[in-house]
Design a protein around this ligand. Structure first.
Ligand SMILES: Cc1ncc(COP(=O)(O)O)c(C=O)c1O
Length: 411
C-alpha cells in the first residue's frame, strides 16, 4: 500500500513559503460606518477597537455612502427582497438589471452592455469566450494586464502574444509576424492600477486598425472618475468609439459591486449566449443593481467629486514628494510609494496602523513585481486636509525611523 499523503503538511508547506517570503496576507478586520468614511473602526486582534483612517480603499469617490445610492438600494430591497433568485436566464433578470445595462450602454456610447457579478468575472468570462466566437483568434495582451484578463486569455485555449507594457511598437511587430488573415484582438487597460500610468489608447487603436484587430479595454480604475460623464479615459480622450469592448466595474468609483462589458448589440448578445461565467451564475442582487444604477446616473451629471478627487491626489503627491519619498507619478489618481521589500512594506503598514491609526495594506508579489513592493495610497474627495496632514506627518516620522533602523525593519 502506498504511504498515505499528508495533505495538511502540504498545505502548511505552501503557507510557510509565503510566511518565509514575508508575503503572507493578513486581513485587517475593519468596520466602515456610513457617513464617516474614510474613518472606520479596526477590530484589533486583542479584542479592542481602534479608530482608523482608510487610505487604501477603492471607493475612490466615497459613493459607497452616498445618500442617493443608499436610497436606491433601500427602495429596491423593500420592493423586491434580498436576492435575484436565479441566473439571468432562469428568473434572475429584473427591471433593475435592465435599467443598469441601459445606463452603462449610454455611459460609453455603445449599443449594449452586459452585467457580470464582478469586473474580474467580466474580463475572465469575456476573454475566455471570444475564441469560441472567432475561431483562430489571436489575443495580444499587455504584459501588465490585470490577473482577471491574464486568466481569461490563459484559459481560452487560443493563441496569445504578450506585448511589452505600453510598447505599441512591440505590439505592431507581433501583429505583423502573424497571419494577416487571422482574427485578432488587443487587450489592455486605460489606467494601470498599481503604477497609475495610462495606456496609449489612441496609438493602440491605430495599430489595431492597421492590422484589422478588435480592441478590448479595461477601464476599471477610470470609470466614474475620468471623462465629462465618468465614461473613463476613453470618454475623456474621445476614443470610446474606437474601442470594441469596454470593461468596467461598479465596485470602485461607483461604490457598490458588479462588473460589465459595453459593446455592440451583437457582441453583447454573443457573449451573453456563450460565456459560462455569465450564464451559469446567479445574477446580481436587485438592490446592488439599483444602487449601481443610481451611482452611475449621479456621476454622469456631477463634476464636483471627480474634480475634488483629482485635486486631493495632486495635493497628496506634492506633499509626499516634498518629503523625498520614492513616489510614482503618472498624473493619475493613484499614489504608490515604493518600498521595495515585502518585509519592510509589511512593517511600515503595521506601524502606520498601530501607531498612527492609518490603514494602508502592503502590496506584494504577485500583484506587483518582486522588488517593487509598495504602499498604494488612494486619496478621495472625503480625505480632507486634516487626514492628509496626519498621513504626511506619519510617513515623515516612519520613513526616517525606518532608514535608521534597517535591522528592526527586517525582523
Ligand atoms: C485592472 C482591474 N481589472 C479588474 C478588476 C476586478 O474588478 P472587480 O473588483 O469588480 O472584480 C480589478 C480589481 O481590482 C482591477 O484592478
Amino acid at each position: 500500500m502506498n504511504q498515505p499523503i499528508d495533505y495538511t503538511a502540504k498545505l502548511s508547506e505552501a503557507l510557510d513559503r509565503l510566511h518565509g517570503e514575508g508575503r503572507y496576507r493578513t486581513f485587517i478586520d475593519i468596520e466602515r460606518r456610513r457617513g464617516q468614511f474614510p474613518h472606520a473602526v479596526w477590530n484589533c486582534p486583542d479584542g479592542t477597537e481602534k479608530a482608523i483612517t482608510v487610505w487604501c480603499g477603492n471607493d475612490y469617490l466615497g459613493m459607497g455612502q452616498h445618500p442617493e445610492v443608499l436610497a436606491a438600494m433601500h427602495e429596491a430591497i423593500d420592493a423586491t427582497g434580498a436576492g435575484s433568485g436565479g441566473t439571468r436566464n432562469i428568473s434572475g433578470t429584473t427591471i433593475y438589471h435592465k435599467r443598469l445595462e441601459a445606463e452603462l450602454a449610454d455611459l460609453h456610447g455603445k449599443e449594449s452592455a452586459l452585467l457580470f457579478t464582478s469586473a474580474y468575472i467580466a474580463n475572465d468570462a469575456t476573454l475566455s469566450t471570444l475564441p469560441k466566437l472567432f475561431p483562430g483568434l489571436i489575443i495580444y495582451s499587455d504584459a501588465l494586464n490585470h490577473a482577471s484578463m491574464i486568466e481569461g486569455v490563459r484559459r481560452n485555449g487560443g493563441a496569445k502574444r504578450i506585448f511589452r507594457h505600453n510598447d505599441v511598437q512591440h505590439l505592431r511587430e507581433l501583429m505583423a509576424a502573424d497571419d494577416p488573415a487571422a482574427p485578432k484582438l488587443v487587450a489592455f487597460e486605460s489606467v494601470y492600477s498599481m503604477d497609475g500610468d495610462f495606456g496609449p489608447i489612441e496609438a493602440i487603436c491605430d495599430a489595431a486598425d492597421e492590422f484589422g484587430a478588435l480592441t478590448y479595454i479595461d477601464e476599471v480604475h477610470a470609470v466614474g472618475m475620468y471623462g465629462p460623464r465618468g465614461g473613463g479615459v476613453t470618454e475623456r480622450d474621445n476614443l470610446a468609439h474606437r474601442i470594441d469592448i469596454i470593461n468596467g466595474t461598479l465596485a470602485k468609483a461607483y461604490g457598490v459591486m458588479g462588473g460589465y462589458i459595453a459593446a455592440s448589440e451583437r457582441m453583447c448578445d454573443a457573449v451573453r449566449s456563450y460565456a459560462p461565467g455569465f450564464i451559469f451564475t446567479t445574477s446580481l442582487a436587485p438592490a446592488i443593481a439599483a444602487g449601481a444604477a443610481a451611482s452611475v446616473a449621479f456621476l454622469k451629471q456631477d463634476q464636483t467629486l471627480r474634480a475634488q478627487h483629482q485635486t486631493q491626489a495632486k495635493i497628496l503627491k506634492l506633499r509626499l514628494k516634498g518629503l523625498g519619498l520614492p513616489l510614482i507619478d503618472h498624473g493619475s489618481h493613484i499614489v504608490p510609494v515604493i518600498v521595495g521589500d515585502p518585509k519592510h512594506t509589511k512593517k511600515l503598514s503595521d506601524m502606520l496602523l498601530e501607531r498612527h491609526g492609518i490603514y494602508v495594506q502592503p502590496i506584494n508579489f504577485p500583484t506587483v513585481p518582486r522588488g517593487t513592493e509598495r504602499l498604494r495610497f488612494t486619496p478621495s474627495p472625503v480625505h480632507g486636509p486634516g487626514e492628509i496632514d496626519q498621513l504626511v506627518r506619519a510617513m515623515d516620522d516612519l520613513w526616517s525611523h525606518c532608514a535608521l533602523n534597517r535591522a528592526e525593519m527586517s525582523a
